[in-house]
Design a protein around this ligand. Structure first.
Ligand SMILES: NC(=O)c1ccc[n+]([C@@H]2O[C@H](COP(=O)([O-])OP(=O)(O)OC[C@H]3O[C@@H](n4cnc5c(N)ncnc54)[C@H](O)[C@@H]3O)[C@@H](O)[C@H]2O)c1
Length: 326
């Protein structure tokens, strides 16, 4: 979404020479062009490349397409969980990577704000078609950092929440927090009115779609076009139509209708009227990223592979942030 924010782009464009922009996902072609150009400049200037990423694009590409130039890269800092998962898929990481995504400070301070932003955006989109969250039967798939906070906010909005997660410890936590839990997703989808995917994976496909016994609103609460298996949804759809500013409606061969809010994109990045987490609230994230980059540059990490951001850096930042907030 950042590349679609016009003021951000204009500001960067006036201050820096080398800016690549792609507003359409997937944008691997743009990342490849930027990476290639950066590596050529490193070679020509005898400098090294430092990658600060949001989504795990450049690191896997560096390893798959520019293996012979990996030594030109100092290392990388990654800020999203999805990006870390993509980096973990690289068999033999040849650079150090700092994982900001799963840092304690980010989970503690950012996840509640994300949970709130997601639920507010769901409420905004549903209100456009006259639907309210109050008393709705909601299935939440995934009770991780983001999902658990979504659950809290759904409850505040009056929703009745059932939680499904593939990990038993997550289900136990959900139960302790007084949410209903579901052990079998195919049973769990029955009679639900709203289904939210918060796993960061493909969590909903043919088997789940055919188990629906109501018309439902489906929401992706994570990244890109995650959660729904679109091939299977399209194969099961007898017809579909756009609902302007809300999403897409699919009439399934089973006779039920599924409304894909935000066309399947993360709901907090869809509506131009809404915003995700207010920028001012998450100023600590860029600070955290740059602190991690400095840590990397000072060569305090010796090994290749993924490491967490040291606790002392997080503590300093937490103290400063809390002082600033009060
Ligand atoms: N939209 C946003 O603003 C935003 C913000 C932060 C993170 N994210 C994205 O959200 C995703 C999740 O992040 P997180 O930090 O909550 O991750 P997490 O690992 O803490 O949580 C994911 C949960 O989903 C569960 N899970 C995985 N596959 C499942 C399946 N098939 N069925 C049921 N449960 C399943 C896991 O057991 C885990 O509990 C990532 O892709 C991340 O990049 C989006």
């Amino acid at each position: 979404p950042y590349s679609t924010k016009e003021p951000v782009f204009r500001c960067l464009e006036t201050q820096y020479k080398h800016i690549w922009r792609s507003s359409e996902y997937p944008f691997d072609g743009t990342v490849e062009e930027a990476l290639k150009n950066a590596l050529v400049r490193c070679e020509n200037t005898n400098k090294k490349l430092l990658i600060i990423e949001d989504g795990g694009y450049a690191v896997p590409m560096l390893h798959s397409k520019y293996e012979d130039k990996v030594s030109l890269c100092f290392g990388a800092v990654e800020q999203t969980t999805h990006g870390i998962w993509r980096d973990e898929e690289v068999e033999d990481l040849k650079i150090p990577i700092i994982d900001v995504a799963r840092s304690k400070i980010k989970c503690e301070l950012e996840s509640p704000l994300i949970g709130k932003a997601i639920v507010m955006n769901i409420d905004l989109l549903l209100s456009k078609i006259g639907i309210s969250l109050t008393n709705k039967k909601i299935l939440l798939i995934g009770f991780g950092n983001v999902g658990s906070k979504i659950a809290e906010w759904l409850r505040r909005f009056g929703g009745r929440v059932w939680v499904y997660d593939t990990q038993d410890d997550k289900l136990n936590t959900a139960r302790q927090e007084r949410f209903e839990i579901i052990k079998n997703i195919h049973e769990g989808v029955k009679d639900k009115q709203i289904i939210i995917g918060a796993t960061g994976k493909k969590s909903f496909g043919f088997n789940e779609l055919t188990a629906i016994t109501n018309d439902v609103y489906f929401i992706n609460a994570t990244s890109k076009l995650m959660e729904m298996d679109y091939e299977e949804l399209n194969a099961l759809a007898a017809q579909s139509e756009n609902i302007s500013g809300v999403g897409r409606k699919y009439k399934l061969h089973t006779g039920y209708t599924i409304y894909l809010l935000a066309n399947g994109f993360p709901v907090n990045f869809f509506d131009p009227e809404s915003q995700s987490v207010p920028d001012l609230e998450i100023q600590f994230i860029p600070t955290l990223l740059f602190n991690a980059a400095i840590y990397l540059l000072e060569k305090r990490i010796g090994e290749n592979g993924i490491s967490s951001i040291p606790e002392d850096i997080q503590k300093d930042l937490r103290d400063t942030y809390q002082k600033f907030r009060s």
